[in-house]
Design a protein around this ligand. Sequence first.
Ligand SMILES: Nc1ncnc2c1ncn2[C@@H]1O[C@H](COP(=O)(O)OP(=O)(O)OP(=O)(O)O)[C@@H](O)[C@H]1O
Length: 308
Amino acid sequence: MSKKAKRQERHAKLSDPTTTPQIDDRTLLMLTKKGYRLLTIVGFGSYGEVYKAERLRNNEICAVKIIDLLRCSQKYMQKFLPRELAALMEIRHENIIRVYDIFRSNKKIYVFMEFAANGDLAKYLKKHGILSERRARIWFRQACQALYYLHEEMWTAHRDIKIENFLLNDKWIIKLTDFGFTTDVLDMNDDNVLSETFCGTLPYYCPQIFRRQPYNPFKADTWAMGVLLYAMSHNRFPFHHRDPKRMMLEHMDKSYILSRLRDNISEELKDLILKLLEYDEERRITTTDILSHQWLLFEDETMSEFDK
Ligand SMILES: Nc1ncnc2c1ncn2[C@@H]1O[C@H](COP(=O)(O)OP(=O)(O)OP(=O)(O)O)[C@@H](O)[C@H]1O
């Protein structure tokens, strides 16, 4: 069966309301011993499934991602060394999915984390289409606060910023997740900043990653935030990523991105998108400057004013 067919089959299972956790008895027993009960499958990733679960001690709802190590490459498995896993639990921010506990057993990794009841931003966008500027601003500001914390306080780049990695909790607050590719920049290589590790997701690749040049991973995250903001306000990707030659030319041409902006968005929003999708990484806006950009300061909005 092809990869695509397998994915379709898994997704069909997911949309079936009668779906219950398809998991072996040994794993279920082990989860019970650890004090958790699986409830339903909430999604499928490349290396395993995510379940809604209940912590039996206090009936608290959480999510558990079960990563099948047999499906991971050797390189990806490096991420599951004790030091890497411990680092995940140190990350604490209102807009980042909190990781409560991680353990390894039977060639599987179990990551217990905060549950996001309203799914991911990609699904929201698919259902509701283009976000209003007001809604986009609230969520984009929260996303930037998460990134600011990672960049400026944890000195870490996320490296896989994409719309699917922003989840929404029961209060409709944005939560950044999936640190599968997160790398401690200081540990990376010679000059401590430039990276040669190629990771991320194609439509979000900055020009430097796309051209396989050394790049600044913080600025690569910033570019990806530009693609995210464009997607939130246009419900499509800014560049034609299925045609690499075309995408490369589009990256370099400022008039191209200008021509792809909707007429009826504010000048401030256009300006921020252009500053994020700046070809030259030296000139690309920093995480600190995004938060003080005119568009994000536009008005003081609170979640109580926000009509879901
Ligand atoms: N903490 C969570 N709460 C609720 N739903 C979650 C949570 N984490 C992930 N999900 C959902 O589970 C699904 C799979 O998540 P996962 O992170 O494994 O997928 P992915 O990002 O597509 O995987 P990968 O990047 O490994 O290919 C997604 O649809 C996501 O919305």
